[in-house]
Design a protein around this ligand. Sequence first.
Ligand SMILES: [Zn+2]
Length: 223
Amino acid sequence: MPSLTVENYLKAILQLELKSGRPRVSTGALATRLAVSPGSVTSMLKTLSESELASYVPYEGVELTTTGRKLAMRMLRRHRLMELFLHSTLNLTWDQVHEEAEELEHAVSEFLIDRIDDFLGHPEADPHGSPIPAADGQMRSDLSDTVGMDVCKAGDSVRFVRVVNQEPDFLRYLSESGFQLGAVGRIVENSEDAGVVRADIEGGQFTVGLEAAQTIRVQPVSK
Ligand SMILES: [Zn+2]
């Protein structure tokens, strides 16, 4: 049985891999993501290599093995299904579910998570629009047709499909502005000088910095 720390490392490596589209992840990126020192990352990566869950090459980075990737996908599946379960059955808001799922993903059994998946009707995405892996480890939806809101131009109509940044304050700001996943809005400003992107949405408007805008994934909508 892998420990909680091992599970968190595998999940973090997978998420960095999915984000960059490259299988090899740097030690520095991993340290930042997990908020730990590069030294402790290095010693953990040696442990993962010895257990054949990842292959770590000093100064080059780390890559998941087939076994490691399977475990990491399982963690992502548990996390995202728990988030959706808490959201749709207990009405927790999208800014509340992440922290709870971080704990529950380690506690829930495979049996229970499969039942939750059945109960929810084999959903494609969690409350943040992130794709949910199926039991076989394949993602149910492919978001390759999305772009970051930071590359949109003023006048573009877009559908908001995913928010990668799960900071509660950020998510609350979006909700309070009237933001809803799946809704269509229009980019009204994208200013590199001011470093902000602004969008009109039904009943309101929201403004985010360029970095935050990268984490809001949209699909262009043709008029
Ligand atoms: Zn989450």
